[in-house]
Design a protein around this ligand. Structure first.
Ligand SMILES: [Zn+2]
Length: 261
């Protein structure tokens, strides 16, 4: 119900919007998704909603907001340069009176690609047509957040990022670039006898692994006896990487991500 209430702040027809998410595999992420994970009294609902989509459905998602919800496109921002590792291709900034919706377009095959590149784990959450998904639930529900090693590996710690990280600190998050500041985690032993826990930044994670927390919103609409399902969303795999966990030895492992069909 909180999801519908949240959507109603930005769209008149919440059902049509959920349908759009289902059809296109688009997701709502950013502060909106985090809001739903927090207790209602702690949650700060922003004035804007971020919708992530693939290039393939860019026009469909845009048209939905423009034609069905009366939004106007204020600006189109091209994000990507030739040597940019960012999964974000461009962004459409839409506005309808005092509501703002950003449509973020990725040139990856999965709308989730930019989500696993976010500045920190606290915001690696998303809302699909069926569920809300939290990629680092143990940290996020305890108000802990690991800075994405990509930030220092790729020298992305510019002023804006620091500003954003401070924002989460002000909201009571313990933000750190060192995973051990957030508590113990299971690391791989040198002989490889133990697998890495999902909270080791060097572990390979996926959007369907056991560390992911997923709440389903309930059954989808049915048509006769058949449940209407969209094509399944591709699975995203990623590794945060960064400085090695072992004491003293501070080699760097690379961060990567890939889409598995
Ligand atoms: Zn580790």
């Amino acid at each position: 119900m909180r999801r519908i209430k949240l959507f109603w702040r930005f769209v008149v027809d919440a059902d049509a919007f959920i349908n759009l998410l289902d059809r296109t595999g688009a997701v709502v992420s950013g502060s909106c998704a985090l809001t739903l994970l927090q207790a209602e009294r702690e949650a700060i609902v922003g004035r804007d909603m971020d919708v992530y989509t693939t290039e393939k459905f860019e026009t469909e998602v845009l048209d939905h907001f423009k034609e069905r919800e009366g939004y106007k496109c204020m600006e189109e921002v091209k994000k990507k340069t030739e040597y940019d590792s960012s999964a974000i291709l461009k962004m459409h900034k839409l506005q309808n009176e005092d509501m703002e919706v950003d449509i973020i377009v990725t040139d990856w095959k999965c709308a989730l690609a930019p989500v696993v590149q976010f500045h920190s784990t606290a915001v690696m959450n998303y809302i699909t047509a069926r569920s809300i998904v939290c990629l680092y639930p143990r940290w996020t529900t305890a108000n802990k957040s690991l800075v994405n090693p990509r930030m220092y590996l790729e020298n992305l710690t510019h002023l804006r990022t620091l500003h954003v990280l401070m924002k989460y600190r002000r909201r009571g998050f313990r933000v750190s670039a060192d995973p051990f500041h957030l508590g113990e985690h299971m690391c791989e032993r040198e002989d490889g006898s133990r697998s890495k826990g999902g909270y080791c930044p060097h572990a390979m994670r996926s959007t369907v692994d056991d560390d992911v927390l997923r709440w389903d919103f309930g059954p989808m609409k049915t048509l006769g006896d058949t449940t209407i399902t969209c094509q399944d969303m591709p699975i995203m795999m990623w590794c945060l990487g960064g400085y090695e966990c072992v004491e003293g030895d501070k080699d760097v492992t690379i961060s990567y991500m890939l889409v598995s069909a």
